[in-house]
Design a protein around this ligand. Structure first.
Ligand code: HEC
Length: 109
């Protein structure tokens, strides 16, 4: 009897954390984009030549499920290889860039 109650508690704690972790994982990218100032150029009213994040998400949707293609894209972006050099892009750490790109590939939600 005691063990049954004990098990039940553990199972529900596990479910509780799983439910909490999922939406948070989705949020990490957008919160990061806000923190890093990305929205000041890529928001709903894009600045200059900057494409909006929704537009970029559409462009990167094809990378979904291909981690190595995604990573190549991240590296090029950070090096400013295929864009004019933009400070905000080059300042981003490799890890942060990876999270931000993954968020875009997943639809920028
Ligand atoms: C100062 C304005 C500015 C800021 C801040 C900025 N960007 Fe950009 N970004 C641009 C411009 C302009 C372009 C388009 C350059 C071009 O097409 O030559 C661009 C292009 C991009 C692209 C498209 C690359 C491609 O596939 O063509 C991505 C992805 C991107 N930015 C992500 C980000 C992220 C993530 C952040 C935040 C860390 C960020 N940007 C911050 C101006 C900015």
């Amino acid at each position: 009897m005691f063990f049954r109650i004990f098990d039940g508690r553990f199972a529900s704690a596990g479910l509780f954390f799983a439910a909490l972790a999922l939406p948070m994982a989705g949020h990490a990218g957008s919160a990061l984009a806000v923190d890093m100032g990305c929205y000041s150029c890529h928001g709903a009213y894009p600045r200059g030549e900057a494409p909006g994040f929704e537009q970029l998400a559409g462009k990167y949707a094809g990378l979904k499920g291909d981690a190595s293609a995604e990573q190549k894209r991240v590296d090029k972006w950070r090096q400013g290889e295929w864009l004019e050099h933009i400070d905000a892009h080059e300042r981003v750490s490799p890890e942060t860039a990876r999270v931000l790109f993954h968020w875009l590939v997943e639809g920028a939600k």
